[in-house]
Each structure stands twice: as C-alpha cells, then as structure tokens.
Design a protein around this ligand. Structure first.
Ligand code: CA
Length: 226
C-alpha cells in the first residue's frame, strides 16, 4: 500500500515508518497538518495515517478539507491520544474510516490497515443509471443531463435505494429502515429529504423522475406517457 503518515512526533514517526516499510508498504511522511494536506491532495495514496493533534492544521480539519476537495479520496485512519466517544464521532463525521487510540502496538496498526484495504477493494464502482440521471457510487457523484448535482449524505442514500430498484417503488418503511435503522425521527423528516432530492433532480425543463406513490412510498422513473 502507498501510505502517507502525518505525525508530528519524531519518535513515533520513525518507529511507524520502520514497521510499515518492514511490512512491505511504501511510506511518505509529513510533519504538520498543512503540508500533510498538500501531499494528500497531490499524491496517490491508498491510506492516510493521520494524527489528530498536529501543528498548523489539526487532523480533524485536515480530513474535512481533504474530503471536501477530493470526494472519496484515500482511506483515513486517525490516531489520537484521547479515547472518548465524542472524539470518535468527530473523526468519523470529518470523514475518517477508522480510529486507533495511542498508545498502540505497530502490529495493531498493520492489522487495521489491512482490514481497511480489504474494505476498500470491495468499494463499489458501480454506476446507477435511470434515464438521464447518473449516480457513480464509487465517486459519490450524481449527474442529471450532464450537470453535477449537489446532494447531502441522506439524499445520496435515498437516491441509491430508489435508483437501484427503479422503476419499482421503495416504501417509506424501507427508507426509514435504511436511513435511521427503522426509527423514524418524524414523518415529515423523510418528506423534507424527498422534497430536497426532487428539487435537485427535477429541475425546470426536464422530465420529472422523482414520484410519490401516495400512502406507500417513492419511486424514480420516467412516468408512462411522460
Ligand atoms: Ca501529535
């Protein structure tokens, strides 16, 4: 694997680099967040091993900016000295794929990296297509009639459910199960997500594709005769 290690502690950096290289990986290093981000954006890395406490730009912010600028990009394994749920949630919200709490053994890092790599090789590369609507699941990019649409995470999840069974209907219950583990925040929350999705997809001048099936759910398709 091509690994970018972003860590300001010289001792840890030297130690990890040695172990990773010994295991056959190619390792580049960055000593602070700012140069780490530049390298991550420019390079072709499989994984970032990213310390959270870094000078010039912390790991959380680095991850957030990387995801914003490169879409899916490389996998990110975060290193932190603190083991609290809040830290983990913050890391995952910023786009981290895994988490390791210091101090850890080099062997554990290797196991985690291999597990991550296995996960990413299964990463979807499929593209869903319904009429002129196109959803690249690998890149998380949605286009309609050649124009890129901006959708949030929930919108993307709903779209994937609808497009993968199109032209069939997906029930509200199915969507709630996928989105919120069956727990519905409130009936109107799903409706407002669908509203936003429809607004993004069915723009003026194009054939409407997002349809409500009253009392049942939603479907994405070109209606008969449309
Ligand atoms: Ca540090």
């Amino acid at each position: 694997m091509r690994i970018l290690l972003i860590e300001d502690s010289a001792a840890l950096r030297a130690n990890l680099t040695e172990q990773l290289e010994h295991a056959g990986h190619e390792v580049d290093v960055a000593l602070d967040g700012r140069s780490g981000l530049l390298l991550a954006l420019a390079g072709d890395y499989d994984v970032l091993v990213l310390d959270i406490g870094l000078p010039r730009l912390d790991g959380i912010e680095l991850c957030r900016q990387l995801r914003a600028q490169r879409g899916t990009g490389p996998l990110v394994l975060m290193l932190t000295a603190r083991d609290t749920l809040e830290d983990k949630l913050e890391g995952f919200a910023a786009g981290a794929d895994d988490y390791l709490v210091k101090p850890f053994e080099g062997a554990e890092l290797l196991v985690r990296l291999e597990a991550l790599a296995r996960r990413s090789s299964r990463k979807e590369t499929a593209v869903l297509v319904v009429e002129d609507l196109r959803y690249d699941l690998g890149e998380l990019r949605v286009e309609r009639a050649g124009r890129t649409l901006t959708l949030n995470r929930v919108g993307l999840r709903i779209l994937r459910e609808l497009m993968s069974v199109s032209p069939r209907v997906v029930t509200r219950e199915q969507l709630e199960l996928v989105l919120w583990d069956g727990y519905s925040p409130e009936g109107s929350v799903l409706r407002s997500h669908i509203y936003a999705l429809r607004k993004a997809i069915d723009v003026e001048g194009l054939v409407p594709l997002v349809h409500t099936v009253r009392g049942i759910g939603y479907r994405i398709a070109r209606e008969e005769g449309a």
